[in-house]
Write a protein that binds this ligand. Sequence first.
Ligand code: ADP
Ligand code: MG
Length: 298
Amino acid sequence: MKGLDVEVRDLIKVYRIGKVEVQALRGLDMDVKAGEMIAIIGPSGSGKTTLLNIVGGLDQATGGVVHVGNTEVTALSAVQLVEYRRKMVGHVFQTLNLIPTLTAEENVELPMIASGAPRKHRVERVRELLETVGLTNRAHHKPEELSGGEQQRIAVAAALANDAPVLLADEPTGELDTVNAKIVVDYLMKINRELGKTIIMVTHDPSVARATDRILRIEDGVIKMALTPTEAIAEEKIVSYVDQLRARITEIDPQLNQLDKDFKAGKISGDEYVEKRQGLKQIKDSLREELHRMGIVT
Ligand SMILES: Nc1ncnc2c1ncn2[C@@H]1O[C@H](COP(=O)(O)OP(=O)(O)O)[C@@H](O)[C@H]1O
Ligand SMILES: [Mg+2]
């Protein structure tokens, strides 16, 4: 099934542990279009997993509404949620997606056994999915015989087994090195493009986030900012440029101190001292000016 719209309205989640209340989501709104692939970024504890788990029917909202296509997820009963999780969403986590005693092939087949698909269909679908994630030659391997990146690709195949329109991935590359992270994300993008699935991916990694259509930043349980990947890159560049300017300004003070010391110790002449001091002051002033031009007060 092709992707569906995901619409989140005023989503609230309060966890209660004894008398302590944690507000994980505080009226979060989000719209993801059918066939879109988005990244959710944000600090640890900001509510990313909570959001994904509610959209994925693993956790229940305290308030607010989630629609996936025409399904009002937040109105489903426990029994209906089981069916929803089987048919409507695929979920990939950071680790432990696979059953260690089953082969890659069996792991991909399992969700289809759960949903009662006939054997002939399962065999065909497993073949197709292993091909989609480029692991036909690993069909008979157990998870421990696969690399971390390969395991996550099998997990993605298993998440797609029942042809769910929406794929949720919670830090799917969190445990991987950059090379494997890129391969996994490339396959997610391929699935998004070729199968038209809606993909919502939580990630810490800016280079992973940039591969998507849109980046949403969540802070304290609400979406704080939406960026296109180009804007995200631009923002990062501005930040790093500002950091560089600041770093150069802070480098100048010790140089000025050293100069003062050298002059007092008679190591340099008065003329040299004045000239060098002016030079350094000028650099510092122009760096400051540049920061002011960028709207940053020092
Ligand atoms: N099952 C839970 N019980 C109590 N508090 C929880 C539970 N799950 C998450 N939280 C709290 O909710 C907040 C958001 O958590 P989470 O959604 O896991 O954030 P993220 O995935 O962005 O790191 C955190 O303060 C976290 O401690
Ligand atoms: Mg999380």
